[in-house]
Design a binder for this molecule. Structure first.
Ligand code: CA
Length: 136
């Protein structure tokens, strides 16, 4: 089965560009434009990784990241429009696996997705309620 990427991005053009590149690279990709829809989607669907924009209508990328981390170690790549934001985000210790700054090349994003997935597969972890079992 192809690995699945959830793209959470309200800019329609960027989202569909990313989706095209990921699909061409052999992934399945779903796009969500509104932050408030992510939780319900995750409850009913499986994904391998999330590409998460910081500024979203409905619910911010920061809040989504925090909520996902409460219950899962699903890989997350945050997307932000400002390089300076990355320092602030790192300081918040959101638990995101990587950060990408706009403007980015879709090819770079695909490469980062692959890298993060490789990393997460090699250190597979089971987690529940803040307890993490590192199978290594
Ligand atoms: Ca945005």
């Amino acid at each position: 089965m192809n690995q699945h990427v959830l793209i959470v991005e309200d800019e329609v053009k960027i989202a569909s560009l990313l989706q095209d590149y990921l699909v061409q690279s052999g992934f399945e990709a779903t796009v969500i434009h509104n932050g408030s829809e992510v939780e319900a989607w995750l409850a009913g669907n499986q994904t391998s990784i999330i590409l998460l924009d910081l500024m979203l209508p409905g619910k911010s990328g920061v809040d989504i990241c925090k909520d996902v981390r409460k219950s899962s170690s699903l890989p997350i790549i945050m997307i932000t429009a400002k390089v300076e934001e990355i320092d602030r985000l790192l300081g918040l210790e959101l638990g995101a696996d990587d950060y990408i700054c706009k403007p980015f090349s879709p090819r770079e994003v695909v490469a980062r997705v692959k890298a993060v997935l490789r990393r997460s597969e090699s250190t597979e972890q089971l987690s529940d309620k803040g307890l993490v079992l590192d199978t290594d």
